[in-house]
Design a protein around this ligand. Structure first.
Ligand SMILES: Cc1cc2nc3c(=O)[nH]c(=O)nc-3n(C[C@H](O)[C@H](O)[C@H](O)COP(=O)(O)OP(=O)(O)OC[C@H]3O[C@@H](n4cnc5c(N)ncnc54)[C@H](O)[C@@H]3O)c2cc1C
Length: 297
């Protein structure tokens, strides 16, 4: 018997509605419930992606386990060597927690500039990473640039894996698994996040460039991590551009020119929002904007 707050325990009449939403009072209770439901269940965090399932013609799960009231999943811990972000931390709370930490300016901009204020107050970082069909997730490229890890728990154990690996396997995770934490190491670096919404700020971005660089005293790039989101089905790093920037002074116009020579490795996804070629074509401009923002940070 589960403790917590069953909101709805029997099938409702609305077509496609879930049969139950269980509000888990603790992490252990959430893991038990997810394990019990198996493939018929899934976590429900902010619900901002799940609620649009009918629009995407995707079936809802029969059972959802709401994780928003689990204390350890809603905290941001800022340590001396890493930050740990609970999976149910909202975009708004994350942006607020990172204010005043310049090395995380890119992630703060990603979380604080996504969607609109009402959505940011609900949408969570864990949901952003776990929504495998959501190509335009803002926090994913920002975290790829920070070499973030993801903690995944199940009733039978836990594991910590790199974010890029998580993105590759997330759609095949065994039922009952829950992202609990995202861990990003601290480092001296400049970070930025540039996105291009088609019409207005609430739109999904057509393309995203996140950037993290460290420079020496002469402003030469020592390390570079650049990630692209929304162009292909899943965000990924841009290793050829990263390598091309190393050892050179960070210059926004030059970085954009180099990016323009290297966009051929992307195959943009076509959608009703924008054709694939357009998503690729805006990347140099976004690299330029990200570099300008990083230089100013
Ligand atoms: C109109 C609109 C515009 C938006 N625009 C943007 C935008 O531009 N950029 C942006 O980044 N976001 C945007 N969002 C928000 C986007 O939906 C969320 O960022 C995010 O992808 C979902 O977070 P959530 O907490 O609402 O997840 P939910 O909807 O609760 O869940 C999403 C998926 O992740 C799974 N899941 C959730 N939490 C976990 C966990 N801890 N472990 C394992 N699986 C989990 C769920 O089972 C589900 O499959 C927008 C939303 C709306 C409605």
């Amino acid at each position: 018997m589960m403790s917590g707050f069953p909101i709805q325990n029997s099938p409702v009449s609305a077509r496609d509605a879930p049969a139950s939403i269980y509000v888990a009072p603790s992490l252990a209770a959430a893991l038990d419930a997810l394990s019990e439901y198996g493939a018929a269940g899934a976590p429900l965090a902010g619900g901002t992606w799940i609620m649009r399932s009918p629009i995407r013609h995707e079936p809802l799960r029969s059972h959802y386990v709401a994780i928003g009231r689990i204390a350890e999943l809603t905290a941001v811990r800022i340590g001396s060597d890493a930050i740990e972000i609970g999976a149910a931390v909202t975009h708004a709370a994350l942006a607020a927690a990172l204010a005043g930490l310049p090395e995380f300016a890119g992630l703060a901009a990603a979380a604080g500039g996504s969607a609109n204020p009402a959505i940011r107050a609900m949408a969570t970082i864990g949901g952003n990473l776990a929504a495998s069909e959501f190509a335009a997730a803002d926090c994913v490229p920002a975290l790829l640039c920070l070499d973030a890890d993801v903690d995944i728990w199940g009733r039978d154990g836990r594991e910590r894996i790199g974010l890029a690996h998580f993105l590759a396997v997330r759609s095949t995770l065994a039922p009952g698994r829950l992202v609990t934490r995202i861990i990003a190491p601290r480092a001296e670096r400049k970070t930025a996040h540039a996105r291009l919404p088609l019409r207005r700020s609430g739109d999904y971005p057509v393309a995203i460039v996140s950037l993290s660089v460290s420079v020496d005293a002469a402003n030469r790039v020592q390390t570079a991590q650049i990630a692209v989101g929304s162009v292909e089905p899943s965000a990924r790093r841009w290793p050829r551009l990263e390598a091309a920037l190393l050892g050179r002074p960070l210059d926004a116009a030059a970085a954009a020119r180099t990016a323009a020579e290297l966009t051929d490795e992307f195959v943009g996804r076509d959608s009703v929002d924008a054709p694939g070629w357009y998503r690729v074509s805006v990347l140099p401009g976004l690299v330029r904007r990200a570099a300008i923002a990083a230089l100013g940070s």
